[in-house]
Design a protein around this ligand. Structure first.
Ligand code: NCD
Length: 321
């Protein structure tokens, strides 16, 4: 049986067939989302709470839309004004929310591991919407769906992940997913922006864009995560763009049909040239956003099925009220 998990905390815990199950179900939600009436009742009667301890535009709105289209009651907690600011611990917040009987909790937190910790304290399904520099599983899944639709497969591809790898949960989750699906992964960026122990990750590492992009099917650009930098990781943005920013000249080293991806938000002229980002023949950045809603619907649908099964079992065992 695939996708039996209670939570979606990271790609780390998923098998190849779990990943396929999410992508296949997401395909049907891509179709639904293109219709005029975009509703199902997969989460009818269920409560979804979004807790974002970090600012987010696309991920939070994507989870909110996904929940609403599946028929859930969706609550966005404004964490900026929350009791956390008054000194309440994450665990107390979790226990308070737990007492309101949510079914799905979507959490983004600046600290790596915070979402896993929270998941241990609550009875509902928890989805990690990004924790520190650790994981961002729905981003890797939506990237995989985008790649599969563009390239017709999600195996045996050469994927160059470029830029600020060290601070990026997107890079980590993507590395794990692409590795599990048997792709060739190349990390491209300055040595100062590579994570510690990069040689043990089973990926190729390259500090030059031209060699790094050679024959790539997919070029995935990352934002410079300045909010996670405490010092001089790059000489200047101008110099960074010159050496590592994606422009037409560097992209020419990739395969002629290579696609360009970016999780957003983008710094035009820092990690990517605006013309490349807007080139509808190469850039799939808007498709990534579209796939995001479908993938999140698929993840929440699968977790809700597991919750129902688990509660049904408890009910028939007579120990659930
Ligand atoms: C990413 C994130 O928050 O990790 N953004 C996103 O979810 N779309 C990447 C980033 O912030 O650069």
């Amino acid at each position: 049986m695939t996708f039996q998990a209670r939570h979606l905390l990271g790609i780390e815990h998923l098998s190849q067939s779990d990943i396929r199950a999410v992508l296949d179900l997401a395909e049907s939600y891509v179709d639904l989302n293109r219709r005029t009436v975009k509703k199902t009742d997969a989460l009818a009667g269920m409560t979804q709470i979004n807790m974002f301890f970090e600012n987010s535009t696309r991920t939070q709105s994507s989870f909110e839309l996904a929940g609403k289209r599946l028929g859930a009651d969706v609550l966005n907690m404004a964490m900026q004004n929350s009791s956390v600011k008054k000194g309440e611990t994450l665990i107390d917040t979790a226990l308070t929310l737990n007492a309101m009987h949510p079914d799905l909790l979507v959490v983004r937190h600046p600290n790596s591991g915070a979402v896993d910790l929270l998941a241990q304290k609550v009875e509902c399904a928890v989805l990690n919407a990004g924790d520190g520099r650790h994981e961002h599983p729905t981003q890797a899944l939506l990237d995989a769906l985008t790649i599969r639709r563009e390239k017709g497969r999600i195996q045996r591809l050469t994927v160059a992940i470029c830029g600020d790898i060290a601070h990026s949960r997107v890079a980590r989750s993507n590395m794990l997913l692409l590795g599990k699906m048997e792709n060739r992964v190349r990390l491209v960026g300055p040595p100062t922006l590579m994570p510690p122990g990069v040689d043990q990750l089973g990926v190729e590492v390259c500090d030059d864009m031209r060699t790094g992009l050679q024959d790539a099917d997919v070029v995935m650009m990352l934002r410079l995560q300045k909010e996670r930098m405490d010092g001089g990781f790059i000489p200047s943005e101008r110099e960074y763009f010159h050496r590592y920013g994606l422009d037409a000249e560097k992209l020419a080293f990739a395969k002629p049909d290579a696609i360009v991806m970016h999780p957003g938000p983008m710094n035009r002229g820092v990690e990517i040239d605006g013309t490349i980002a807007d080139d509808i023949n190469r850039s799939v950045i808007q498709e990534q956003v579209e796939m995001g809603v479908a993938v999140r619907m698929a993840c929440m649908d699968l977790l809700a099925r597991n919750l129902r099964r688990e509660r049904g079992r408890a009910l028939s065992d007579g120990d659930y009220v």
